[in-house]
Design a binder for this molecule. Structure first.
Ligand code: NAD
Length: 256
């Protein structure tokens, strides 16, 4: 897989799944643009060890004006985005009747609306250059629900719907748009949920084991590196007729 000459923007690539995907794309030769918060220098170093020194833009994706700036930076400094991985995401857990409206808005803005805005702005350049890949990091929660995750489940179902629309609108081009649907991956997002359970039981290992046993038959976490390999495949020429698909990588979650 050779992505030399391609520029890849991975949103939310300073940790977890996004960082794993960015590392794999860098290994394949792509120039990376990172985005997100936290330990940015560590993320940049890590991607640089896998390929070229990446670019970075700290846009807050809940703000469409900052998304405009991110895409302008990609255009001006990198000549546009060939591979767009919409990965950034947050989660809020609460029953619907207690769900704060502001939390609903925040989850929908980052997990769904940002995917629309980045795609809308990346597509014209992809059409002009005659090639493009959009990979949206959805979730098993884009295909099935869990209690207390109303905004997350609604946003991820929306991402899969949006993925299909973009795939149809680009069907007669060399631009593809697909979603990937991870099960549990041990990232800070999931560690928060384990910590919450452990706060009740007092046993971190037990909380981890229970989380897996409830949903993921493999009893193992999916890794960011494995999701990076799947993304790399979807960026390849071999995957050019994979369009509008939602690919599970979930340790058997959805096979039950
Ligand atoms: P994470 O918390 O490790 O990383 C989230 C990334 O998004 C970070 O880089 C963070 O800085 C960035 N981010 C958060 N809010 C942002 C904002 N407003 N603007 C810009 N960047 C922002 O989470 P993760 O587990 O790696 O999740 C990545 C994606 O994978 C999310 O879309 C998540 O829903 C999805 N996912 C995760 C799992 C899992 O088990 N971890 C399972 C299925 C899907």
């Amino acid at each position: 897989m050779n992505l030399q000459g391609k520029t890849a923007l991975v949103t939310g690539s300073t940790s977890g799944i996004g960082l794993g995907i960015a590392e794999r794309l860098a290994e394949a030769g792509a120039r990376l643009i990172l985005n997100g918060f936290g330990d940015v220098d560590a993320a940049k170093d890590s991607v640089a060890r896998h390929g070229q020194t990446p670019g970075y833009h700290a846009a807050d994706l809940s703000d469409p004006a900052q998304i405009d700036e991110l895409m302008r930076y990609a255009e001006q400094d990198f000549g546009g985005v060939d591979i767009l991985v919409n990965n950034a995401g947050i989660q809020y857990v609460s029953p619907v009747e207690d769900f704060p409206a502001a939390k609903w808005d925040a989850v929908i803005a980052i997990n769904l609306s940002a995917v629309f805005h980045t795609s809308r702005l990346a597509l014209p350049g992809m059409r002009e250059r005659g090639w493009g890949r959009i990979v949206n990091v959805a979730s098993v929660h884009g295909l099935v629900a869990s209690k207390e995750k109303a905004a997350y489940v609604a946003a991820k179902h929306g991402v899969i719907g949006l993925t299909k629309v973009i795939a149809l609108e680009t069907a007669c081009t060399r631009i593809t748009c697909n979603a990937i649907c991870p099960g549990w991956v041990l990232t800070p997002l999931v560690q928060q949920q384990i910590d919450k359970r452990a706060a009740v039981s007092g046993d971190l290992q037990q909380a981890r084991d229970e989380l897996l046993a409830e949903k993921q038959p493999s009893l193992e976490f999916v890794t960011p590196g494995q999701l990076g390999e799947l993304t790399l495949f979807l960026c390849s020429d071999a995957a050019e007729q994979v369009r509008g698909a939602a690919w599970n990588m979930d340790g058997g979650w959805l096979a039950q």
